[in-house]
Design a protein around this ligand. Structure first.
Ligand code: PGA
Length: 252
């Protein structure tokens, strides 16, 4: 089953988020044709968008989370509260969090542990930036990130994690162009090999899904979803306009 995750970032205010959520429900109330659709609105829209999705096959996700449930942490978002609000998924370690809020691999590690503790499925973003790509460091960046984020995390049979290969240079907000399906496939194989260094084959097969993100749109989606190795896509910009997102889902 191909996974489509919509990352609405801070593109839509509450009213627009609810309007788009309603369009999705109208369009896909009957069938998602075997696709798994996960929508991650802004925190302040989570409750209302979640209410709109209730009883449908569309899942709710958050764009970030903190690693503690309660305490003196001004401004933070508790994993337990997200779970209670109906979220099933959380994006962790997105490059925009790393760039604007200086988030580190260690923070992503703590967030993943917190997600698994309360039964949320983390979506870890990993990928090199322009400079690292120019210096030929893509593989090192991927290997180091996975090592530092997953090192020491023991997985139980019912734990699930999505890893998104999301090269920073390909993200549309930074003026990026999408990575070719071949590049995305290569990175997926590398991620899988790296996970096999950390976990046994059954755990990797059962617990992990590996997707691609970065300037995915209705014209290029099929190059990723046609690949047998790529389990789905993480979509930003093209997921916040109803027409492009509906076309993208249909073509996936
Ligand atoms: P994009 O964003 O599809 O606009 O490139 C993807 C992301 O940042 O998750």
């Amino acid at each position: 089953m191909k996974i489509i995750i919509a990352n609405w970032k801070l593109y839509l205010e509450r009213g627009a988020s609810c309007a788009l959520a309603q369009k999705l429900v109208l369009e896909f109330s009957k069938s998602l044709d075997g696709k798994k659709l996960i929508v991650c609105p802004s925190f302040v829209s989570l409750k209302e968008v979640g209410d709109i999705f209730r009883g449908t096959d569309i899942s709710l996700g958050a764009q970030d989370v903190f690693w503690e449930d309660v305490g003196s942490y001004t401004g933070e978002i508790s994993p337990r509260d997200l779970k209670e609000l109906g979220c099933g998924y959380v994006i962790v370690g997105h490059s925009e969090r790393r760039k604007f809020f200086k988030e580190t691999h260690l923070m992503a590690h703590e967030k993943i542990k917190a997600c698994l503790r309360v039964g949320l499925i983390p979506v870890l973003c990993v990928g090199e930036n322009w400079e690292e790509r120019r210096l030929g460091q893509r593989d090192v960046v991927i290997i180091q990130t996975l090592h530092e984020v997953f090192g020491g995390i023991h997985l139980r049979p019912d734990d699930h994690i999505i890893v998104a290969y999301e090269p920073v240079w390909a993200i549309s907000g930074g003026g990026g162009v999408n990575a070719s399906a071949q590049e995305a496939e290569y990175a997926h194989q590398l991620i899988r090999h790296m996970l096999l260094d950390l976990y046994d084959m059954n755990r990797v097969n059962d617990s992990f899904r590996i997707i691609y993100g970065g300037s995915v749109n209705p014209s290029n989606i099929d190059s990723y979803t046609n690949s047998e190795h790529i389990d789905g896509v993480l979509v930003g910009n093209a997921s916040v306009k109803a027409d492009s997102f509906l076309r993208l889902i249909e073509k996936a």
